[in-house]
Design a binder for this molecule. Structure first.
Ligand SMILES: Cc1cc2nc3c(=O)[nH]c(=O)nc-3n(C[C@H](O)[C@H](O)[C@H](O)COP(=O)(O)O)c2cc1C
Length: 341
């Protein structure tokens, strides 16, 4: 039904408009008790006992979650939980609200089953996100993806990450340090050990003092050099954080089928979806060998089918996330993946 009826309609609209429409529709449907039950029966896999996994002190009903960027504000946690995910990552969240880059900033590449985005951390800021998270009813695991405000210089970026972490600490189940977004100035230089290690160590310090430490993960860019990748892994191990999310969107457009003119019109951004699959899988394999089970690995990037999901787990991921697959394949993909794993 999604591919025949819903997707053709949604794909007539600008991508960001469709995205908001879907979220609003889910909100309305969730408010109707009969429909909520129907959605649950449509999307929930009944017997999950064998798929349960305990990681980072959290009990995941199954290994599939929603990647960061889909719900930037945490206002749709209950609605997205209805689709059957075992965990949701919301954000990126910054200390102050910000509008992000000017529109259009999200593009479909249908031939490639891909998206290009340069959203630029549009989000309502940590205070509104806290209010939203306080209202959630669902017991789905929620992670907060942390970013810095665009105008905060890199030298002061640490303060932004620590502020969001401290402020939202009581309201989330885990946190992701996002220094890998390709759309925010020179943010990726924060992946270097001299910047990253002090940040992760201070977060752990705050975590310990809180009395109820929450898992911290680091999200990696697929565009890091081997040296930067190794430094990121070393920093994560040295700071004794809990895991790595592998990977964010890529700036590498070399594998695309879409023609040069289409890409020229779109301009800069981060690429997600099918063209990212092989690179993401390869990095997952590499990272998994390096960390030897000492860190939890969440695999993300180009997972568009149950087969892709299995391959990513085989490459060393403990959990996986999807984003672009949901846009192209629809919510039915969630159940198919869970059943296959
Ligand atoms: C529109 C859009 C917004 C995103 N925003 C974020 C974000 O705020 N923080 C983040 O860590 N990743 C963000 N991502 C990256 C995704 O979480 C994911 O890592 C990436 O899309 C690769 O997975 P996919 O191929 O399944 O989409 C965004 C992706 C898209 C398409």
């Amino acid at each position: 039904m999604y591919k025949i009826l819903i997707r053709p309609f949604l794909f007539l609209l600008p991508p960001e408009t469709s995205h908001h429409l879907v979220l609003k529709a889910l909100k309305i449907l969730n408010a109707i008790p009969g429909i909520r039950g129907l959605l649950r029966s449509l999307f929930f896999v009944p017997d999950l006992r064998k798929k349960e996994t305990q990681l980072m002190g959290l009990k995941f009903k199954h290994p599939l979650g929603l990647a960061a960027g889909f719900d930037k504000s945490g206002a749709y946690v209950d609605e997205l939980a209805l689709l059957g995910f075992s965990f949701l990552e919301i954000g990126a969240v910054t200390p102050k609200p910000q509008k992000g880059n000017s529109k259009p900033r999200l593009f479909r590449l249908k031939k490639d089953k891909a998206l290009i985005n340069r959203m630029g951390f549009n989000n309502p800021g940590m205070k509104t996100v806290a209010q939203n998270l306080k209202k959630r009813k669902s017991d789905v695991i929620v992670g907060v993806n942390i970013g810095k405000n665009t105008h905060t210089p890199n030298e002061k970026a640490k303060d932004d990450y620590l502020q969001v972490f401290t402020y939202l600490h009581p309201y989330a189940d885990f946190f992701t340090v996002n220094v890998s977004c390709p759309n925010i100035g020179e943010i990726q230089s924060l992946s270097e050990k001299r910047n990253l290690l002090p940040l992760l160590k201070e977060m752990q310090e705050i975590n310990r003092k809180s009395g109820k430490p929450k898992p911290i993960l680091l999200k990696l860019s697929p565009d890091l050099s081997k040296k930067q990748l190794n430094e990121s892994i070393e920093s994560a191990l040295e700071a004794q954080i809990d895991g790595l999310i592998v990977v964010n969107t890529t700036k590498d457009f070399s594998l695309l089928k879409s023609n040069y003119e289409t890409l020229r019109k779109i301009g800069n951004g981060g690429l997600s979806g099918l063209p990212l699959k092989e690179k993401a899988k390869e990095i997952t394999g590499y990272v998994s060998k390096q960390v030897k089970g000492k860190l939890v690995i969440i695999g993300v990037g180009g997972i568009m089918s149950p087969g892709d999901a299995k391959e990513r787990m085989d490459a060393g991921a403990d959990l996986i996330q999807i984003f672009t697959g949901l846009i192209y394949e629809g919510p039915g993909l969630i159940k198919k993946i869970i059943k296959a794993l």
